[in-house]
Ligand binder design. Structure first.
Ligand SMILES: Nc1ncnc2c1ncn2[C@@H]1O[C@H](COP(=O)(O)OP(=O)(O)OP(=O)(O)O)[C@@H](O)[C@H]1O
Length: 488
């Protein structure tokens, strides 16, 4: 062990040093506290043996400095005079490991030195174990974190809530509202919107209560596409049937979707397609919270949240007499009208980027950017198939092309929707509509201008200078307009 020996009495110091060398230790000698402090801070000593009374810096002051140092430090043993118990107590209070009475008894010195060696070995072992333990804890924590995120991903996937994003204020408000409905299961909810707007996703958020499918709620989410069930099977599909209820039925009978959704959520997608004669039965379920199986006499109590989704105009169906008015109002207690994508343009670019990232997968170099002109095109297309169409478009682009940037050429197929066209100007003549009638409402000049710019860029195959010339505006005006569109 490396021992720092400090004593201003050279004879006594030499005697102690000789004994310690003989014990097999390595001794560094100092003749006062200041010299000892400089030596101690320059290299590591597990043990300091020091006299108390010394010029310049006393043993107690040296001890205080050593104990004030951060980290692992030496055990300090101080020499005190015979009968000087006050100093001995003072030394222990200041943090000394032990004290030795002068003149030094070599047996006591050997015992204390062995004790210090053992103590320092234990401290070292403890340090190593603590470091190893903290490494192991860190590794285990990392493993648990990875496992948790794997499970979260699996859960989101199972919940159908993987890779979704809501960027526009309109959709963020809807998601917030949907999360509120999660806590009140007794409110039926009607989700209306065009095809592909995300009605099913909003229904799942109502059920799971959050966007990533992470929930303690293990209750079922049962999805029924009412348009896909033939009218004669509808009742048994929804309510189930008792054994032998009809010819060809299973002998054990069968549970219906309402039974399967017990305690959870039943999503009736395309609810407008429910046959009129069954609408009364559905109303009864909503009002009385009970139903009969086909061929059954026993009332079955139900505890199911019912969400209905439709892209049909239910109000019109009510007027036409094909949908019950009382059911319509009952379903509509909680109501969402999901806007089409063209009315929430703030979603278009971030969703496109998200889908590109998603379909690019690990081939990270592909389609890292969307060019200004492609962005203008995406923003001005009217997306009749809404997010489903946008998603399919990005998947198709990634399948067809390999480029670092999404350009108008990759989106050529988006142009055949009925948008105002510049093609009539292809003969080089100025484009002057013969007659333009301003609609009573719903017209946005801004949108119109953006659409024209997108088409000009597309016609000029992405060449913005040519597009600006074509439109009779400066290149700078075109760029500032594009910047504005992208920033929207
Ligand atoms: N916010 C979103 N983020 C990512 N993908 C979305 C989002 N909304 C919808 N989608 C995707 O668009 C497609 C259509 O969504 P969804 O089935 O929820 O629409 P829908 O309105 O119920 O359509 P339909 O009326 O045709 O049944 C799905 O692939 C879905 O994953």
């Amino acid at each position: 062990m490396n021992i720092l020996l400090v004593d201003d009495d050279a004879r006594s110091r030499a005697g102690v040093a000789k004994f310690l060398w003989e014990m097999g230790h390595h001794v560094t000698e100092c003749c006062d506290g200041e010299e000892a402090w400089a030596t101690y801070t320059a290299s590591a000593f597990p043990m300091v043996l020091s006299d108390i009374k010394m010029p310049r810096l006393s043993g107690i002051e040296l001890l205080s400095r050593i104990t004030a140092l951060p980290g692992r430090k030496a055990d300090v043993v101080l020499f005190t005079g015979h009968g000087d118990m006050t100093t001995a107590i003072q030394a222990l209070r200041a943090g000394a490991y032990d004290y030795l009475l002068k003149p030094i008894n070599v047996e006591e010195l050997a015992t204390i030195t062995d004790k210090v060696a053992e103590h320092q070995a234990l401290l070292y072992e403890n340090k190593v174990l603590t470091e190893r333990f903290s490494d192991e804890v860190q590794a285990a924590t990392e493993e648990t974190r990875q496992e948790l995120s794997r499970l979260k991903r699996a859960l989101s996937q199972a919940a159908g809530l993987e890779n979704i994003g809501f960027f526009s204020k309109q959709m963020q408000d809807i998601v917030q509202q949907a999360q509120k409905y999660h806590t009140n299961r007794s409110i039926p909810v009607l989700v209306e919107g065009e095809t592909g707007t995300g009605k099913e996703i909003i229904s799942r958020i109502i059920h799971y209560g959050n966007m990533d499918g992470e929930t303690d709620d293990q209750t079922p989410f049962i999805d029924v596409n009412c348009a896909a069930i033939s009218a004669n099977l509808f009742e048994s599909e929804l309510f189930g049937y008792e054994p032998g209820a009809f010819t060809g039925s299973l002998t054990k009978g069968q549970k219906g979707k309402l039974d399967l959704a017990q305690g959870g959520t039943l999503l009736l997608d395309e609810v407008g397609e429910i046959p009129l004669e069954l609408q009364g039965k559905l109303l009864r379920v909503l009002q009385e919270k009970e139903f009969y199986r086909v061929g059954g006499l026993k009332k079955i109590k139900t505890d199911v949240r019912i969400i209905c989704a439709t892209n049909a105009d239910l109000e019109q169906r009510v007027e036409q007499g094909t949908f019950r008015r009382d059911l319509y109002f009952r379903l509509k207690v909680g109501h969402f009208l999901i806007p089409p994508l063209r009315q929430r343009r703030d979603d278009i670019i971030p969703l496109s980027e998200m889908f590109l990232r998603q379909f690019t997968g690990k081939k990270a170099n592909r389609f890292q950017r969307i060019s200004d002109s492609a962005a203008a095109l995406l923003l001005n297309y009217n997306w009749p198939g809404n997010i489903r169409e946008l998603r399919n478009t990005m998947e198709w682009v990634l399948f067809m092309y390999d480029d670092a940037e999404l350009k108008p050429a990759h989106l050529a197929h988006l142009h055949n929707n009925p948008q105002p066209s510049l093609s009539s100007a292809d003969n080089g003549q100025a484009f002057i509509p013969e007659k333009f009638t301003l609609p009573a409402s719903g017209f946005s000049l801004e949108e119109y201008v953006d659409q024209i710019i997108a088409q000009a860029i597309e016609i000029c195959q992405g060449n913005k200078t040519a597009a600006a010339m074509r439109l009779g505006i400066s290149r700078r005006s075109l760029y500032s307009r594009l910047k504005k569109v992208k920033g929207k």
